[in-house]
Design a protein around this ligand. Structure first.
Ligand SMILES: *Cc1c(COP(=O)(O)O)cnc(C)c1O
Length: 369
C-alpha cells in the first residue's frame, strides 16, 4: 500500500535531532513563551523575509488573530467584506466569519485552482476591506494584479500560507508578499510540528504588537489587558521541533518537486488533467492534485489497487451545513473542481518505487476505460 502521507516516516527522518531538542525543553522546566519559541520566531521571520513573526496555537488562529488585530486597529469593522477564494479549506472562511466579517467568495481559475484575479474587481464594494489570498495546494495564488487592486482600493492583503511553506514568487517567499500572513504547522503541512502550531508574519509593527498581545489574552504588560484576547501560543516543544525541521524544509520541498516532476512526465492518460506548473519556484506541492470527470471511479480503483488517494476537498465551504447563509450561491467552477479533483500521494519520504507504482496504477485505470 502506498500511503497518502507517512508522517511517522517523516518524523523518523529527523528522529535524533528531534529527540535531542525535545529532551532539552523537558529538562529546562520552561514550556511556554520561552527562548525556543523566540528562536523559532526569529528563524522563521528570516526564512519568510519579514520583520516580525509571532507564534500562535494553529493556522486558523493565525488568520483569525490577523483579522481581529486589524479590527482593533480600526482598519476593519463588523460587517465589512473580505474577498476569499471559494474553493479554499474552510478554515480561511471561519477566520473571517468568527470576526463577524463577511466572506465574499470568488471563483478560482480552472487551470491553477487559485483565485481568479479577473473576477475580483467586480466584487469590490465600499465595504470591502481585504483580500485573503490562499496559496492552495502549495501553489502561489498571489498575482501582481491582486496587489494593484489592493493599492487601488486601499485593501489589506492577507495570505493564507498554510499549504505553501517555502513557496516563492519572483524570488520573494510567500508569507512576505502581502500585509500579513497566517501559517500552519499542523503535522501534515510542508513544515509540520508534532501537534498543532501556527504563526503570523508581517512587516507591520503595529499589527505585530496587537497580534502578540491578542494571542496572550490581550495582555500588553503583565496583568494589564487592552483587549479581550485569546489564549493562542506556540509551545516550546513544538517550537523546538520546528527549529529542527525548518532546516530541512527546502530539501523536503525539493523532493516533493522531484516526485511531482515524475508524475508530470509519466502519467500519460489524456483524460487525467495534470496540475499546470509554469514556475517551479512558485509551487511546493503540498498536494499533487489531478482532475478527471471519472473521479469517484478512479478514487475507488486507486484505493483497490494499493494507492491511497484522497480528495481535497469533497464539499466546498458554500455547500456545507456550517454555512447555510452561503448555500444559495452558484459557483460552477468551484463545484466542478470539488467533483473532479483527486490528490495522489506526495511527501518528502515517498520512494521512487512508490511513485512508479502510483504512475502504473493511474495509467492502467485509464487504459481499461
Ligand atoms: C490547514 C489549513 C488551515 C488551518 O490550519 P490549522 O493549523 O489546521 O488550524 C488554514 N487554511 C488552509 C488553506 C489550510 O490548509
Amino acid at each position: 500500500m502506498v500511503k497518502f502521507l507517512d508522517i511517522q516516516k517523516i518524523t523518523q527522518k529527523y528522529e535524533n535531532e528531534i529527540h535531542h531538542s525535545i529532551s532539552r525543553i523537558v529538562d529546562s522546566g520552561w514550556y511556554l513563551l520561552g527562548e525556543e519559541t523566540a528562536e523559532f520566531e526569529k528563524n522563521y521571520a528570516l526564512f519568510i523575509g519579514t520583520e516580525h513573526c509571532i507564534g500562535v496555537a494553529n493556522g486558523l488562529d493565525a488568520l483569525r488573530i490577523i483579522l481581529r488585530a486589524y479590527m482593533e486597529m480600526g482598519a476593519m469593522k463588523e460587517g465589512d467584506e473580505i474577498i476569499v477564494p471559494a474553493n479554499t479549506f474552510i478554515a480561511s472562511i471561519i477566520a473571517i466569519t468568527d470576526n463577524r466579517l463577511v466572506p465574499v467568495l470568488i471563483e478560482p481559475c480552472l487551470t491553477t485552482y487559485q483565485i481568479d484575479d479577473e473576477k475580483i474587481e467586480e466584487a469590490i464594494t465600499p465595504r470591502t476591506k481585504g483580500i485573503m489570498v490562499v496559496h492552495l495546494y502549495g501553489r502561489c495564488g498571489y498575482t501582481d494584479k491582486i496587489a494593484l487592486l489592493c493599492r487601488k482600493y486601499n485593501l489589506k492583503l492577507i495570505e493564507d500560507n498554510a499549504q505553501a511553506a517555502g513557496c516563492k514568487y519572483h524570488g520573494k517567499t510567500t508569507g512576505s508578499l502581502g500585509d500579513a500572513a497566517g501559517h500552519s504547522f499542523y503535522p501534515g503541512k510542508n513544515l509540520g510540528a508534532l501537534g498543532d502550531g501556527g504563526a503570523i508574519t508581517t512587516n507591520d509593527r503595529c499589527l505585530a504588537e496587537k497580534a502578540r498581545s491578542l494571542g496572550n489574552y490581550g495582555s500588553v504588560r503583565k496583568y494589564i489587558f487592552d483587549y479581550q484576547g485569546y489564549n493562542s501560543r506556540l509551545d516550546e516543544i513544538q517550537a523546538a521541533v520546528l527549529n529542527v525541521k525548518l532546516n530541512h524544509l527546502e530539501s523536503d520541498n525539493e523532493r516533493r518537486k522531484e516526485v511531482a516532476r515524475h508524475y508530470l512526465d509519466r502519467i500519460t492518460q489524456p483524460e487525467v488533467i495534470l496540475p499546470e506548473v509554469n514556475d517551479w519556484n512558485a509551487h511546493v506541492f503540498h498536494l499533487f492534485v489531478i482532475r478527471t470527470p471519472k473521479r469517484d471511479e478512479m478514487l475507488r480503483f486507486l484505493n483497490d489497487h494499493g494507492v491511497q488517494a484522497l480528495v481535497h476537498y469533497p464539499v466546498p465551504p458554500h455547500r456545507q451545513k456550517a454555512y447555510k447563509e452561503l448555500n444559495h450561491l452558484h459557483l460552477p467552477v468551484t463545484e466542478k473542481i470539488h467533483k473532479e479533483v483527486l490528490s495522489l500521494p506526495i511527501s518528502p519520504v515517498v520512494t521512487d518505487e512508490e511513485v512508479e507504482m502510483v504512475v502504473r496504477v493511474v495509467n492502467s485505470f485509464c487504459s481499461q476505460n
